[in-house]
Unconditional design. Structure first.
Ligand code: SF4
Length: 190
């Protein structure tokens, strides 16, 4: 397009005029967004992302037993409303037909899984922990010809998860150390 000096000045004047009007508050009209939020009927609660040691917090919107929205929690000093792509995908942990909701037990050497209740599972897990700990507890060992107290259990390892908060980690590690465990690790470090 050919632009004469006169039309260039006219166009520049119009541009300056629009900018000046905008600075005075005369802008193009704003249109209200008429969008129905899909979380408008949902119930909100908060959670912690389970995927890494950052421990970002999220708001989870649930409707009809289904997660319909995930947002970063603005009140969290860790992530301040942001979530990485993994955090935005945590709804898949709940909305997942492969998620286990019952205790499944497979007997040693067995091939089939049986459903158990927590009332059956918890005492059985406690029994196995106690028996394994007692069978593998090292009370003393010899170092340079000297007998020294060891008081450790090398037969059990504990693995923590990033979804645990500070207080839960404190309790879990205290429990493990009370049993004498030395192999204590965290999912975010391996
Ligand atoms: S949102 Fe991302 S950075 Fe935050 S805890 Fe989850 S995986 Fe880690």
């Amino acid at each position: 397009m050919e632009l004469s000096r006169r039309s260039f000045l006219k166009l520049s004047g119009a541009g300056i005029g629009v900018t000046a009007l905008a600075q005075l508050g005369f802008t193009t009209p704003a249109y209200a967004a008429d969008v129905e939020l899909r979380i408008r009927e949902a119930k909100e609660s908060t959670t912690v992302c389970p995927y890494c040691s950052m421990g970002c917090s999220a708001i989870v919107s649930v409707q009809d037993d289904k997660v319909v929205g995930i947002e970063g929690l603005p009140d969290s000093p860790i992530n301040r409303a942001s979530l990485c792509s993994k955090g935005q995908a945590i709804f898949q942990v709940a909305n997942n037909e492969r998620r286990l909701k019952k205790v499944l037990y497979r007997a040693p050497g067995g091939t089939d899984w049986e459903e158990k209740t927590w009332e059956e599972a918890i005492p059985a897990i406690a029994r196995l922990i106690k028996d394994t700990r007692d069978a593998n507890f090292v009370e003393e060992e010899e170092i340079d010809g000297q007998k020294v107290k060891a008081n450790r259990c090398e037969g059990i390892a504990q693995l923590g998860g990033a979804a645990l908060d500070n207080e839960e980690c404190y309790l879990a590690s205290k429990f493990a150390r009370a049993l004498g465990l030395v192999y204590i690790e965290h999912q975010a470090r391996i």
